[in-house]
Ligand binder design. Structure first.
Ligand code: FAD
Ligand code: NAD
Length: 471
């Protein structure tokens, strides 16, 4: 058989895969990419980051118009949600992004194949199209970037109609009267915000004592307070979900409360948002002798992101670490550069985490809980947005910025913020920490006035010598 030969074959075109392919091509490697769906961009562009942010933006406009415009002296009548148009705009945003990736593949002379990629052996991958047609290609290196899918609760089957995952929740045709969300993590709170802003009653049932439990403790507490106050969201913390049943257009969710009693909620839809699981089905890993890790069922990789099979790499959601688009992208660049003989580096401690609620939540570095566990001596400095002139002007006074710095050296160890535009502001903290800045370094840098970023400077001042100016 005369097979197409490549330096690199990438399986999966999400942010891990498409970035890896582009970087490989930039480095002069002959590259092919395989995607099972007809559009590129993976979870992130099709059913994740991009559509969720499109709906977060639309719903935020509506919510502001409905609740805040009057205070600004702007009066509207007949304000209505047009779900058809809102979803059509979201689809258009997706299309702009996915077609952009197709353009970039052409521009970089990357061969793209649509179909299911499956290992024949470590250098040969067969592609099975939807019509059953099989193509086989050969590569010196293969990068697995097959991503993840929503985690299912074994006792609570998703019917994709009333008991749904984030994918269906991004395409509802109506605003639910009552939306029940299982899981107070990132997806639950972002999608819960979308529908609460559009008028739904939203109830979140969370197993842990805090929402966004892996982030710095203070953030979850403040976010829960604000979402309750501004959107009327209900939270059932420390509740163990026991089941869900549907009857007609209604769904009933049951959970065990912390005292052993039963909670019963009846709603119109239930979103199951309890995490995501690595996606490896149909990849034929058994043909190259790769077994998944016991914990998390992820593909095992070493520090160079190479699997136990030489020349086969894995990146993104399908391997250990945070399930984030920018983590997958950085790993895509990392592996491409490793294959090209370079010596790239990723500092996993400095991958920021963001929740796109309003206020936004953003974090980088160590949390207070982690520093305590490590026995590290640290100082904290906080600054509330209610003391920020910019935040007062935009009526975004909820939240705070917290800087954690080494008690001895003043090096910034972590920055945690909840407030307006925190998603964009965290970049300053990441840059500072990449350069191992001290809290005083941030405090001495001039920040434009009035901006939300002044809150970071003030928190750094507070951490340096408890000398915030505006507090
Ligand atoms: P994926 O994006 O999952 O892409 C994998 C691709 O591989 C898919 O297109 C799949 O079809 C394809 N594939 C799988 N198996 C095969 C095969 N055998 N052959 C061919 N193709 C195959 N992260 C953020 O950083 N910021 C956010 O705001 C954010 N929002 C999110 C919102 C939602 C609702 C969800 C669900 C996720 C969100 N995420 C966000 C997470 C983010 O989407 C993922 O971390 C990211 O997409 C992982 O990228 P990846 O390349 O590893 O995999
Ligand atoms: P998550 O891990 O963020 O949250 C899941 C939540 O469900 C946790 O709080 C967990 O305690 C809770 N939970 C687990 N089992 C439960 C049960 N049986 N009953 C009640 N609660 C339960 O997961 P997610 O929100 O599903 O998101 C999946 C992934 O997608 C995350 O890793 C996240 O990084 C990524 N994502 C990122 C963004 C972003 O960066 N803004 C947005 C959406 C999704």
């Amino acid at each position: 058989m005369n097979l197409m030969q490549y330096d690199v074959i990438v399986i999966g075109s999400g942010p891990g895969g498409y970035v890896a392919a582009i970087r490989c091509a930039q480095l002069g490697l002959k590259t092919a990419i395989i995607e099972k769906y007809s559009t590129f961009g993976g979870t992130c562009l099709n059913v994740g980051c991009i559509p969720s942010k499109a709906l977060l933006d639309s719903s935020e406009h509506y919510h502001n118009a409905a609740t805040h415009f009057g205070t600004h002296g702007i009066n509207l009548s007949n304000l209505k949600v047009d779900m058809k148009q809102m979803m059509a705009r979201k689809e258009d945003v997706i299309a702009q992004n996915t077609s952009g990736i197709a353009f970039l593949f052409k521009k970089n002379k990357i061969d793209s194949f649509i179909g299911m990629g499956s290992f024949v052996d470590k250098n040969n991958v067969k592609i099975t199209g939807e019509d059953g047609k099989v193509t086989q290609i050969s590569g010196k290196n293969v990068i697995i970037a097959t991503g993840s899918k929503p985690t299912a609760l074994p006792f609570l089957p998703v019917d994709k109609k009333r008991i749904i995952t984030s994918t269906e929740a991004l395409a509802l045709t109506e605003v639910p009267g009552h939306l029940i969300i299982i899981g107070g993590g990132v997806i639950g709170l972002e999608l819960g915000s979308v529908y609460a802003r559009l008028g739904a009653k939203v109830s979140v049932v969370e197993y842990e004592k805090s929402i966004i439990p892996t982030m710095d403790g203070g953030l979850g507490k403040e976010l829960q307070r604000v979402l309750k106050k501004s959107l009327g969201m209900e939270f059932y913390m420390g509740h163990k979900v026991t089941g869900a049943t549907t009857k007609g257009k209604k769904v009933t969710v049951t959970a065990e409360d912390p005292k052993g009693g039963e909670l019963k909620l009846e709603g119109d839809y239930c979103i199951v948002a309890v995490g995501r699981t690595a996606y490896t089905e149909g990849l034929g890993l058994e043909h190259i002798g790769i077994s998944l890790e016991e914990r998390g069922k992820k593909i095992p990789v070493n520090e160079g992101l190479e699997t136990p099979v030489q020349g086969v790499y894995a990146i993104g959601d399908v391997i250990k670490g945070a399930m984030l688009a920018h983590k997958a992208e950085d790993e895509g660049v990392f592996v491409a550069e490793r294959i090209a003989g370079q010596k790239p580096h990723i500092d996993y401690n400095l991958i920021p985490g963001v929740v796109y609620t309003w206020p936004e939540v953003a974090s980088v570095g160590k949390t207070e809980e982690q520093l305590k566990q490590e026995g590290k001596k640290y100082k904290t400095g906080s600054f509330p947005f209610k003391a920020s002139g910019r935040a007062k002007a935009s009526m975004d006074t909820d939240g705070f910025v917290k800087v954690l710095a080494d008690e001895q050296t003043d090096e910034v160890l972590g920055v945690h913020m909840i407030g307006p535009r925190a998603a964009d502001m965290i970049a300053e903290a990441v840059v500072a920490m990449e350069y191992r800045a001290s809290a005083e370094d941030i405090a001495r840098i001039c920040h434009a006035h009035p901006t939300y970023t002044e809150a970071l400077r003030e928190a750094a001042l507070a951490a340096t010598a408890n000398r915030a100016i505006h507090m």
